[in-house]
Design a binder for this molecule. Structure first.
Ligand SMILES: *Cc1c(COP(=O)(O)O)cnc(C)c1O
Length: 436
């Protein structure tokens, strides 16, 4: 006899539990409804319409804090591109994090949020002169240079002691999707360690009187599961620090810590990471007789992904030869990740139960590849039902488009029973504004 079978006989409820780590903290079932941030999801869908992105503030804040607690000696820099939104940037500022931006546009959001310039880092493999000028004007504390062209350009634009870091490609394979593996050789990001370009970049920055080299930066990819990849990165970066003969005060290890999208996936081992990276750094620095630099890390996805849930309404159901297609009122315009990276998602029908069967959840866009998820839903799923998709907080709002001139969904922040939009739903008026 299983525990679930046993429980009713001793008077406990046998409500199915939600998959650990996938949903915002505290999300639970109440009957067939899903309660997120203290509010039933069916009520959120009715009040704010669908599609709708729900973001649990307490989860975002507690994940941000978890990084700061695990690595108190480090500077934790939120990767602003993962969820570009002034209100979210404000939460990060309040939690004591710094902020990464990669364009004048992301910087404009940071300015609107009143994010302190001394805690902003700008990176990106292409920064236009507008991006660089905006960064200098706001007084962004550090700029991560990514090419010889940029070193010369920034050297000419900056007036006094602009702090810079150098983006290094350490040649570490983080075993992730090719489109998000940014640490391996022969790709567009950074200065290669192997070819000597990284050492050359250190010399070039030193030649620019208006620039001051404060650190080295690397980012080995996204959805990185293995702490060993970061340990190997630390070894290679400290080796470079020892070779270059210049005092390096900061070592930025980038982000990329994995987040679970499916029930079978686990969360990132943050404390293991902190311990092993700290140990490796101290050991390698002692071995090479160089001072231990201050560590920076740049989590994005691992802070916001699982704080987000997208609610869709079912618009049509088709029974194909071998499978059931469930078409919803969103799709690749609010979530292009399946089409871009083959990303997989879980899905759950809310508001009622039923015998489950496999279904393919598809979007409304004019592409056969507009598939959101393979999942299980009640066999009688029909138009009007509401679906909830977890792990949609990172790179959804950020990557959303207006394909088919579909208006982008709002972001509704929930916290302790209170819901408020922090990004409003796009309107046709917004769309028409740009056409001349
Ligand atoms: C995208 C990016 C990050 C954040 O990556 P996540 O996978 O969201 O943690 C951090 N640093 C740099 C330089 C990036 O490009």
């Amino acid at each position: 006899m299983t525990l679930a079978e046993l429980l009713p006989s001793i008077g406990c409820s046998t409500e199915p539990v939600l998959e650990e780590g996938l949903w915002p903290d505290g999300t639970h079932l109440s009957g067939a409804d899903l309660v997120i941030g203290g509010i039933p999801a069916t009520r959120l869908a009715a009040r704010f319409g669908t599609p709708c992105q729900v973001l649990d503030e307490a989860t975002v804040r507690s994940r941000a804090r978890a990084f700061a607690i695990a690595l108190p000696e480090a500077e934790v820099v939120f990767a602003g591109k993962s969820l570009p939104c002034p209100e979210v940037y404000r939460w990060m500022a309040q939690e004591g994090l710094s902020l990464d931006v990669s364009s004048a546009g992301e910087l404009a959001l940071a300015r609107t949020a009143g994010f302190p310039a001394k805690r902003i880092v700008m990176h990106g493999n292409v920064k236009t002169s507008e991006d660089l000028k905006a960064a200098l004007e706001y007084g962004v504390s550090r700029i991560v240079v990514d090419s010889f062209d940029e070193i010369a350009q920034l050297g000419a634009l900056a007036t006094h002691g602009q702090e810079v870091m150098i983006r290094v490609t350490p040649g570490v394979d983080a075993h992730t999707h090719a489109a998000i593996a940014t640490g391996v050789e022969d790709q567009k990001f950074g200065f290669s360690l192997k070819t000597g370009a990284a050492l050359e970049a250190i010399l070039r920055v030193a030649e620019q009187p208006s620039l001051r080299l404060v650190g080295l930066h690397c980012h080995i990819g996204s959805q990185v599961r293995h702490v060993a990849s970061y340990e190997e990165t630390v070894r290679r970066m400290v080796d470079l620090i020892a070779k270059c003969g210049v005092r390096i005060e900061q070592l930025d290890l980038g982000g990329g810590f994995c987040a679970p999208y499916l029930p079978t996936e686990s969360t990132f081992d943050l404390f293991g990471f902190a311990q092993r990276v700290r140990g490796t750094l101290n050991y390698e620095c002692a071995l090479h007789r160089v001072p231990v630099p201050r560590i920076l890390i740049e989590p994005g996805r691992s802070i916001v992904a699982n704080a987000g849930v997208t609610l869709y309404r079912v618009c049509a159901v088709k029974h194909g030869e071998n499978r059931t297609f469930v078409a919803v009122d969103g799709g690749m315009s609010d979530n292009p990740r399946p089409a871009l990276y083959g990303a997989k998602y879980a899905v759950r029908l809310i508001g009622r139960g039923g015998k489950l069967q496999p279904c393919t959840v598809v979007g409304r866009h004019c592409e056969a590849g507009d598939v959101l998820a393979e999942g299980v839903l009640p066999a009688d799923v029909h138009a009007g039902d509401v679906l909830a998709m977890p792990a949609t907080g990172a790179y959804h709002h950020a990557l959303a488009s207006n394909y088919n001139q579909v208006c982008r969904p709002p972001i509704i922040a929930v916290n302790d029973g209170v819901a408020r939009p922090i990004v409003r739903r796009e309107t046709e008026e917004d769309l028409l504004r740009r056409y001349l």
